[in-house]
Ligand binder design. Structure first.
Ligand SMILES: [Zn+2]
Length: 377
């Protein structure tokens, strides 16, 4: 029987490494690097902007089979304003659970993947394909870590048989999710003293006409059989600095969740079309659209051998589609099938008193090991 004490210690250290957007990911990358080193595995930390970090490790094999790429993310969302019963970075263990920001999303999964890979390496099992471990920066914010990895390291990777994104799915095999397109639309005006507003161009009034147009706008997309419809929601607005100054700028943030068949460019063109129409009506109207973030939708072929073999390795009878988005599509661009599979209940992510059951992390170690053995020996 494997002793899970070391794995729990690793998980606690990972939670205590406070990898919020402000603090960066370097501390967690160092924890992982030390853990791999204890198993005799080399890893490479890629750092930038002082505290940002990705980490990669590769267990080389005889190379007769395609590699497995395990993808995690190091960053966590901030603990938020709500009160926590347990300190968010304390990694308190109580009643078989470990509490802390990131316990579920996704430091529990990191601890189990690293442990599974370490145990396989330690056992001396001869592998026919490589294991590549990658943990990214910035998944919660802008996917900068995944983009950087794909841009800089894709050429050095071995042929990949399949990618496992270890987001919390409570051990369900997820192969499909919607994409994400975040737009910022800024109306531009001209400041003036508000006692003579006719001398300025009010960017807030311009935004009102834009919002009226967007009210009637519907993104053209056919419903997806598993994901349903594309959605659009205007979630932020800001404009104006002083109550006695005509504002020269007003901007909104729009969150669009896209389907696999959709083109982001088409949606951006639609927004630009709305702006052009308003400009034609009123020559003083001016606005611009900028893309804040884009992640594609994911639609892995459920009938491919990798998905079928993966389901049999983890004893899953079906695959699922989910509403949330992951870094998966960046890795799908490598040309390999992508599945999302990890311990932890997705509904606990990003909430106060986030926790993971220790038994789930232990179960994940066993399942990740079985996946490696199924594909690589
Ligand atoms: Zn996550």
């Amino acid at each position: 029987m494997y002793n899970y004490r070391a794995m729990k210690k690793l998980l606690k250290k990972l939670i205590q490494a406070k990898t919020t957007a402000e603090e960066g990911e370097l501390t967690a990358a160092q924890v992982i690097s030390a853990e791999f080193a204890s198993f005799g595995i080399d890893s490479q930390i890629d750092t930038w902007d002082e505290n940002r970090a990705n980490i990669t490790a590769r267990i080389k094999s005889a190379g007769q089979k395609g590699a497995l790429l395990f993808v995690c993310h190091l960053d966590v969302v901030a603990p938020g304003e709500a009160g926590w019963q347990h300190p968010p970075f304390g990694a308190v263990e109580s009643d078989g659970k470990i509490y802390g920001r990131g316990a579920t999303d996704m430091k529990g999964a990191i601890a189990s993947v690293v442990t599974a890979i370490g145990r396989i390496a330690e056992s001396g099992t001869k592998l026919q394909g490589d294991i590549v471990f990658f943990a990214a920066a910035g998944e919660e914010a802008d996917s900068c870590g995944a983009e950087r990895f794909v841009r800089n390291y894709a050429a050095q990777l071995p042929e990949i048989a399949g990618v496992i994104i270890t987001e919390p799915t409570d051990f369900e095999v997820v192969t499909t999710h919607r994409g994400m397109l975040w737009l910022k639309v800024t109306t531009k005006g001209k400041t003036a003293h508000s006692s003579a507003p006719q001398l300025g161009i009010n960017a807030i009034s311009s935004m009102k006409s834009l919002l009226d147009e967007l009210q009637d706008y519907k993104i053209a997309a056919k419903s997806h059989e598993l994901l349903g419809d594309c959605s659009m929601s205007i979630n932020t607005i800001s404009g104006g600095k002083e109550i006695n100054v005509v504002p020269d700028s007003c901007c909104i943030g729009v969150d669009i969740r896209t389907l696999p068949s959709q083109s982001n460019q088409q949606i951006i063109n639609d927004f630009e079309g709305v702006i052009a129409k308003l400009k034609q009506k009123n020559p003083k109207f001016d606005a611009e659209v900028t893309v804040i973030r884009e992640v594609g939708a994911l639609e892995t072929d459920n009938n491919c051998d990798f998905v079928k073999d993966f389901c049999s390795a983890v004893r899953a009878n079906e695959t699922k589609a989910v509403g949330f988005t992951t870094d998966g599509p960046f890795f799908a661009s490598l040309g390999a099938p992508v599945v999302i599979f990890g311990p932890g209940k997705p509904e606990l992510a990003h909430k106060p008193d986030e926790y993971i059951n220790v038994s789930d992390v232990e179960k994940a170690v066993g399942l990740y090991k079985e996946i490696i053995l199924k594909f690589l020996i």
